[in-house]
Design a binder for this molecule. Structure first.
Ligand code: ADP
Ligand code: TRP
Length: 321
């Protein structure tokens, strides 16, 4: 089975990205044919400083490798290294009704938050459809916010196939129920665009400072506390299982501890959880040429895999004459 995901290099990777997408990809490597790429064209919708974008692209690749994307098992590349995706983006645009894009929550959400509306932000889901369809992906693991984009890709692919025959594979999204949406420090969806993130590879002190800003209910120290809707608990539970999780729930119910204590605990479990990944990251940080080489090999592999599909599409649409 072909499983594919992309991530934008638009800022530091955060725990929402990890639990919503990267972790699932790493696990999928054991059983599936996995495709992971850095969506740098997509990141242009929010990063307009050229140096910054190229830096973030390398940073994101380094992080991915540290977090367990294995270039031996996955095809791993940078989006802009396989230009056919832009060709498919244009071809698919002719099968994308305006209304489909006008209904996209992510676009509406971003513009409502004051992000300037331009064509690339609007047509973003079409490029994402091209990413998915070019590689014949059957499954796309995503966080809840991206479900609609995968549905848009399905709609576009169906329209295309109705016209030209069964060329495109209709993809499905996969969502990890318990981590649909990881909350940010303000309780909204954690997102690079909303300045509410806890990043994976931050410095310990800075991380703790951010954790201390997590919005919590105002309840006296001695009182029992509700854990279900608590942002600190909802983050901590991602790192805990079994007895450890039960023990945290009991601490909330028991009372006698403030949210400050739970925040310190969250800092500790998180730091421990990513320890091994941090060590791996240091290695790749020191060996950036190795990262570049991995990306180069990945791009060639991705391009070769895309060729039969794009050739079929060119022939069917009459672009090849
Ligand atoms: P951001 O919103 O920070 O820009 P991206 O849009 O680059 O993140 O998301 C990359 C992947 O991480 C997507 O699959 C997305 O669904 C997932 N993701 C992002 N934020 C969260 C979150 N808060 N909870 C769960 N998954 C998330
Ligand atoms: N839009 C995705 C996000 O912001 C990133 C992305 C681009 C993607 N192309 C993709 C995810 C293809 C999955 C498949 O999170």
């Amino acid at each position: 089975m072909r499983v594919l995901t992309g991530i934008q290099p638009s800022g530091d990777l955060h725990i929402g990205n990890y639990f919503g997408s990267i972790k699932q990809m790493v696990e999928a490597q054991k059983t599936s044919n996995t495709f992971a790429f850095i969506a740098n064209y997509h990141a242009m919708t929010s990063v307009s400083d050229g140096n910054k974008l190229s830096e973030l692209t390398m940073q994101c690749a380094t992080d991915f490798l540290a977090l367990g994307i294995d270039p031996e098992k996955s095809t791993f590349w940078v989006q802009s290294d396989v230009k056919e995706v832009l060709e498919l983006y244009w071809i698919l645009s002719s099968f994308t009704p305006m209304g489909l894009l006008e209904r996209a929550h992510s676009y509406k959400d971003k513009t409502a938050r004051g992000i300037a509306s331009n064509h690339s932000l609007f047509s973003y889901p079409v490029l994402m459809a091209a990413d998915i369809l070019l590689f014949g992906a059957e499954v796309v693991p995503v966080g809840k916010d991206q479900i609609q984009h995968v549905e848009i890709a399905r709609d576009i692919a169906t329209k295309f196939n109705n016209k030209y025959g069964d060329i495109l594979v209709i993809p499905e999204f996969r969502i990890q129920e318990e981590v649909q949406t990881v909350p940010g420090i303000d309780g909204q969806k954690m997102s690079k665009s909303y300045a509410n993130i806890i990043n994976i590879f931050g410095e310990e002190k800075k991380q703790l400072k951010t954790i201390k800003k997590i919005v919590t209910e105002n309840v006296a120290m001695e009182e029992p506390k509700e854990y279900k809707n608590c942002n600190v608990y909802n983050m901590a539970k991602l790192f805990l299982e079994g007895d450890n999780l039960k023990e945290l729930q009991d601490r909330y119910k028991r009372g006698g501890e403030g949210h400050g204590h739970f925040k310190i605990y969250l800092g500790e479990v998180m730091w421990e959880y990513f320890r091994e990944f941090r060590e791996k990251r240091e290695y790749y940080e020191k060996n950036q040429n190795e990262v570049r080489e991995i990306l180069k090999i990945g791009a060639t592999k991705a391009q070769n895999l895309a060729m039969p599909t794009i050739e079929k599409i060119r022939a069917a649409t009459g672009i090849k004459y």
